[in-house]
Design a protein around this ligand. Sequence first.
Ligand code: CDP
Length: 215
Amino acid sequence: MIVVIDGPAGSGKSSTARAVAERTGFTFLDSGAFYRAITLLYLRNHKNQELFFDQMKSCDLQVEFNDGRFSIRLNGETVTELIRDKEVSANVSTVAAMPQAREFVNTHLREFVKDGSFIADGRDLGTAVFPDADLKFFFDASVEKRAERRLNEMLLNGQQTDLEAVKLNIRERDHIDSTRKVAPLRKADDAIVVDTGLLTLEEQIQFVINTVKGR
Ligand code: CDP
């Protein structure tokens, strides 16, 4: 079974999907983490596209979901925390707009869900990556609400930032993600829309679990 949650930055997809996975035994798949990990490669190659594509093609990307924790390794290096860095957030949507990068990530995502039950979050999962998913959700909320939540999350993780910087990054990524040519951020026709600005995290989790159980 595959359940997908798409939506803009900070709409609560990852925290909801992770909690649903822990409580249901599904495996959580964070598709954004793949884009973030290859963005590290892009930055380490000083944004030289040719070098970046070369290294991307031969890189070893491994993800794991164990004891409620999702982790990602790039060429043997655990980059789970590093990929949340401001510099990565500022460049990830540029990388994610490159068709070669999307093809690379999609191959990994489809490979990962070969056996078992999965709950995955992203931007284009219901429309492009898993159009036959068993259940599709689209989470959304105002920029203000999303920025507040993301700020709290970052401060809790010890990152230095402020509301305006977070809002700016969210706005920029929303714009690039929804206007790119290949697989833009878009609600699938058969997705259930959830306004997460009106719900608590626990309510979101329960709503998804109850809908999954209803299937
Ligand atoms: O968690 P947050 O909403 O901040 O973003 P993320 O899920 O970590 O994704 C980071 C970026 O990767 C997004 O802003 C998109 O540019 C890109 N992305 C994408 O293009 N397609 C996906 N399925 C997932 C992420």
